[in-house]
Ligand binder design. Structure first.
Ligand code: AMP
Ligand code: FE
Ligand code: FE
Ligand code: ZN
Length: 281
């Protein structure tokens, strides 16, 4: 059983349509794939409808949250949420708020960029983005305009958090997000908690505190985790009796990650199914 629980379509910042993504998942030999676009469920119906026979599509999102960093200051945290009831009103309202934040913030960044990169056209860029705007969309626009050589150079330069073009967004406090997902019948899993290259790390004490709020699991196997950090997360998941997942975080052509690059053990997947009550797979 090959199970990949974290992928993105062009509904957020991947490049495959949801239909292309599920076909690619089947071609890659996956048995289970979760679609986890940033803050939106908009790709779910297309992914389910296009799923080839034999491929199970798990409906999820990757929620933009704020946690406590190792230094005590706030840090962005991505929280995967699976099999929650999409109609739960409190959670649905929070996703709408986050999507509004995303669009507004990418518009502001595009406007700032346009002052120095005249080939950047904020209206045209925004018009081409789906419901969930992200910096990878600006990265591709900068590459297309010839302003940078590739997506990585855009993230290292004009899109970096320290860049004057950078604009922050207001994310959901982790405790609230975990509780909301649980109330909506879903299972929450902290994504790539030790992805050092992205910046400061989440305080693992904060992860311990989340258990009482209903945290479901930790993403242990991920391309951005080295061997030591993978071990730290695996040990923590075991100690706290959390589900331990592995996944690719596939983004199509926006990243070099391959579907199924990391996978989740079937026992862990079964725990996730058992803990969910929002919707069925
Ligand atoms: P945002 O959520 O808009 O602040 O942008 C962060 C998103 O950009 C994440 O979802 C990552 O998938 C993506 N990302 C971060 N760093 C890179 C990178 N170096 N290359 C490509 N994508 C990246
Ligand atoms: Fe992303
Ligand atoms: Fe993420
Ligand atoms: Zn992701």
């Amino acid at each position: 059983m090959l199970i990949d629980l974290h992928t993105h379509s062009a509904v957020s910042d991947g490049t495959d349509t949801p239909a292309e993504l599920v076909r690619a998942a089947a071609d890659a030999g996956l048995d289970v794939v979760a679609l986890t676009d940033h803050d939106t469920t908009d790709g779910w119906a297309e992914a389910l409808g296009a799923a080839p026979t034999g491929l199970t599509v798990v409906r999820g999102i990757e929620m933009s949250c704020e946690g406590r960093g190792e230094d005590g200051d706030p840090v962005p945290v991505h929280l995967l949420a699976y099999l929650f009831d999409p109609e739960d009103e409190v959670f649905a309202a929070e996703r709408s708020r986050l999507l509004g934040e995303r669009t507004e913030r990418i518009r502001l960044m595009a406007e700032r960029l346009a002052t120095d990169y005249p080939m950047i056209e904020p209206d045209a860029i925004l018009a081409a983005i789906g419901p969930s705007a992200g910096r990878p969309h600006l990265a591709r626009a900068l590459v297309a305009a010839g302003a940078v050589a590739n997506v990585q150079a855009a993230f290292d330069g004009p899109l970096a958090t320290k860049s004057p073009y950078y604009v922050a967004k207001i994310d959901t406090p982790l405790e609230r997000a975990v509780a909301m997902i649980r109330t909506a019948g879903g299972v929450s899993v902290v994504a790539h908690a030790r992805a050092r290259a992205r910046g400061r790390l989440l305080d693992l004490e904060h992860v311990r505190e989340l258990v009482g709020h209903g945290l479901g699991g930790l993403e242990v196997e991920h391309a951005d985790h080295d061997a030591e950090d993978t071990r730290i997360l695996r040990d923590l998941a075991e100690e706290l009796d959390l589900i331990a997942t592995g996944s690719s975080d596939y983004h199509g052509d926006n990243k070099t990650l391959r579907l199924g690059q990391h996978t989740t053990a079937v026992e862990q997947y079964e725990r996730l199914l058992a803990q969910s009550s929002g919707i069925e797979v």
